[in-house]
Design a binder for this molecule. Structure first.
Ligand SMILES: [Mn+2]
Length: 317
């Protein structure tokens, strides 16, 4: 982390980038670092092609640019496991001299000139550590996006990626901001359109393999019909997981030319399954993108998940 701090101190004209389909952690870590570096006088931009409406309550979101409009000396990529996942409008990546990668995904391929990859609840938890190490004051405008990323990536401190340090960070942030207000805003409040989409996803839910697998999907037509944003599908990823028999939950977004799959589990290593199809992520939360046919993909995916569940059933007897 020290070489990152040195590089940041030396650099100006910095751009922050994150992954496609940015979630609360991608947006939160970008905005927190944006405010922190701005407070020490850096010229800094955030470039995100499509910022989800949900996070527009965070200060600084109005300054997010859809495309970069200058030559950046330094790029910092947040929360993004590999280079192909980077939200890269107009190939902005090719124009940046030095790349720093800061991430918490175990599947990170360390594609930057400097890489800081640490298993952590969220990228936001790492950004808190970085800001703290740089002795930058954590203001309300920094605290809010950090807790947003922690809350969304941990499902409100419910996922197994929560550590002692996550609570320590949250405890410090609780002195600056009202966490329960942000909890409600990012986790317990959805638009009517997102609710309609949720109803459709529930109607598509199937339970398979002695109810150990939950499978659901949403098509691009469902998204258009409901009037929801693509980012509203994020809350559907855990669909089925609350059923007590379910070990693996599969949620699929069927777009016109590609399919995005999210895998969630209680204990089974779904990162291995996602990796098999060219994706990755974390042990209990992983994903992949493919151009395979839906029915073929579903069949092959279920076969792989069943294999994993059978291994797991045997080793847990
Ligand atoms: Mn994340």
């Amino acid at each position: 982390m020290d070489n990152i701090i040195e590089t940041l101190k030396r650099s100006n004209n910095i751009v922050l980038l994150c992954h496609n389909n940015p979630d609360g952690d991608a947006v939160g870590s970008s905005l927190a670092l944006y405010h922190a570096l701005k407070s020490i006088g850096k010229n800094i931009d955030i470039v995100i092609e499509k910022l989800p409406q949900k996070f527009s309550f965070l200060k600084g979101s109005e300054a997010v640019k859809k495309i970069g409009d200058q030559k950046y000396a330094l790029g910092i990529i947040l929360d993004t496991a590999n280079k192909t996942l980077v939200n890269n409008p107009c190939n902005i990546l090719d124009t940046i001299n030095t790349l720093i990668v800061i991430d918490h995904h175990q599947s990170n391929t360390k594609y930057g000139d400097i890489n800081y990859v640490e298993p952590s609840s969220s990228c936001c938890e790492i950004i808190y550590k970085l800001i703290d190490k740089m002795h930058i004051e954590v203001t309300e405008e920094i605290a809010k996006p950090i807790i947003t990323g922690i809350l969304t990536d941990t499902g409100g401190f419910a996922n197994s990626n929560v550590s002692e340090n996550t609570f320590k960070v949250a405890a410090k942030l609780s002195k600056i901001i009202n966490i329960s207000n942000i909890y409600r805003q990012v986790l317990h409040s959805i638009s009517k359109a997102a609710f309609i989409l949720k109803k459709i996803a529930f109607s598509h839910l199937e339970l398979l393999e002695n109810d150990q697998i939950a499978f659901s999907y949403i098509t691009y037509k469902d998204i258009a019909l409901s009037g929801a944003e693509d980012s509203d599908t994020d809350i559907l990823v855990n669909i089925g997981r609350e059923i007590d028999t379910v070990e693996v939950s599969i949620f699929t977004r069927v777009y016109e030319h590609q399919i995005r799959v999210s895998l969630r589990s209680n204990d089974i290593d779904v990162n291995e399954i996602a990796s098999y199809f060219g994706g990755g992520g974390h042990k209990k939360a992983s994903g992949l993108t493919t151009t395979m046919d839906f029915d073929i993909l579903k069949k092959e995916l279920l076969t792989k998940v069943k294999e994993k569940i059978n291994e797991w059933n045997i080793s847990n007897k």
